[in-house]
Each structure stands twice: as C-alpha cells, then as structure tokens.
Design a binder for this molecule. Sequence first.
Ligand code: IPE
Ligand code: IPE
Ligand code: MG
Ligand code: MG
Ligand code: MG
Length: 303
Amino acid sequence: MEMPMSSNGARVDLQKWLSDAGEAVNQALTETLNGNGADHSRLAESMRYSTLKGGKRFRPALVLLSCEACGGRREDALPAAVAIELIHAFSMIHDDLPGMDDDDYRRGQPTNHKVYGEGMAILAGDALVMLAFQTLADRLDDARKACRVISELSDAAGWGGMIAGQADDIDGAGQEADEEQVRRIHRLKTARLISAATRSGAIVSDADDAMIEAMSTYGERLGLAFQIVDDLLDVVGVEETVGKTLRKDEKSRKITYPGVVGVERARGMASQLVDEACQTVEGFGAAGRLMSELARFGLNRTH
Ligand code: IPE
Ligand code: IPE
Ligand code: MG
Ligand code: MG
Ligand code: MG
C-alpha cells in the first residue's frame, strides 16, 4: 500500500510497516493460490488475476496490526489475513458482474468477467471463498481459534453481513433513503468485514474480551468511514488514480452517503468516525499509534 511520504516520523514508520506486512501477505497469498501446483486452468488464472494483481491490502494489514496491538505475533495472524483478502477478492469479482454493479474496470485493469467471461468470474469468486475457509481450517494451528475465526468470517461475510449488505445495495437502487438506511447498508456491506479483520487479529493473539471489543469498535468505525470515502471517491476522485470507472453511483441510483447527506457532511462524518476509531486504540502502545495512522490514511486516501 503506498503511503504519502511526510516528515512526520509516525507516518514513515507506518510506510515501512506496511511495506513489510504487504510483502508477507503477498507471499502468503501467492503460496496459497499456487497450492494446486502447476494449475494453469482458466479458473486458477482467473482467481490469481483478481487476488494478486493490485489492491491496497487494507484488510490483511488490519488483521496483522490488530494482532500485534494485542501482543500477538504477525506469523500467527497470516492465515486469517490471507483468508480475509480472498473473501474480499471474491466480493469484488461478484460486485463487478453485470447482474450487480456492471463494472468494466478495477485496479486500473479490466474486471474479471471482462477477461475470463461471466461464468468463470462467478466460479472464481465461489472458489476463492472456499479457499479462504480451507486456509483457516488447515493453517491456523489451534483448532479452537480456527473455529472462532471461521465463525467470525462466515458471519461477517455471509447472509447476516456483507452479502446481506450487497443484497440491500441492489434492492435499494432507485429508492429514496435516509441516513439510517445508508448507514445500515454500508455497515453491512463493508464495515462488517473490516471489523471481522480487526477482531480476527485479536482472536489469534489470544486477546481478552475487552481487547477484542476495542478492536471491534475500531474496525466498525473505520469500516463505515472507509465506505463513505469510497462513495466520495466515486464523486470527486480521479479515475486514473482510483483505477475504477467513476461517477457511476449516481447514474446507477445507488444509495450513498454523498447522495443522502451531501459531499461536505459525508466528509465530516467520515472524519468523525475515524477520530472515534483512533480513540479506541489509544491504549494499545506503538501498534495502536500505527492503527491510528492507518485509519487516517484510509480517510485521506486517493484510491
Ligand atoms: C473497495 O475496497 C470496495 C469497498 C468495500 C470500499 P478496497 O478499496 O479495499 O479495494 P482494493 O482491494 O484496494 O482494490
Ligand atoms: C462494494 O461497494 C462493497 C462490497 C462489499 C463489495 P462498491 O460497489 O461501492 O465498491 P466499488 O466502488 O465497486 O469498489
Ligand atoms: Mg457495489
Ligand atoms: Mg461496485
Ligand atoms: Mg464504490
């Protein structure tokens, strides 16, 4: 993940931390996706295309960082980091399909179905979810923790979480919405997985309930802010930098924060949520400070 350079020491530390963590995550993802050895089927290529080519790795960074903030070791959190990124990749492939947002570009390149066709894109997404849960079952060394993380992720990504949010996002298109409705959709479709990332990092580190709760609150606030910023980038972002086709949400009559509360209020709300996220990690030492920096990066990002 590229961070803006600055003379601020903490920011530079985060840059270094993210580049190390990103490398560890990319290596683990590559190993996981090469698990079937010399599988050069179109299915395997399609899965690798949407997982290994680009992406900020925001969610896996949060898994590792929350694990470290709770006193755990990075290597213990890697399987959960990989699993969350695989679930995220699945959600992006399906989100772009003609039956959903019908998008042609993501991460500055053609979307999965544009390259491999719709059928293969559906299957690649399906297979990435299975691989995520298989990774947790096979690679988390403690069976009790594996079950807890599997339960967290299936709940956060499933029909009571992200997928429910995506369903409401589709059904909401063209409907009038108030603040409560947009908050509900954004919490479900985006904040749930982001808070599952921070919760999972805490769980694998053997954190106590109070720590898990703090990581949960941080992830919820940041996750909601993250989707508000995504909505804002659709309105005010630069297409080449964001790497997606922009000004689409209004055309598709999606329920978004700028649409419901306006650009300025949406900005203020995202900023307030990030302040709240930062407050919840104040007692978590150096890793907590990095978490605050990462939250501010999520707020000020340009892609
Ligand atoms: C985009 O997620 C979709 C949202 C839930 C906002 P990211 O902005 O994390 O996408 P990549 O992985 O960096 O491309
Ligand atoms: C996606 O939201 C949220 C998901 C859970 C997949 P968007 O549809 O706004 O994400 P982008 O803008 O296509 O990345
Ligand atoms: Mg969408
Ligand atoms: Mg979309
Ligand atoms: Mg969007």
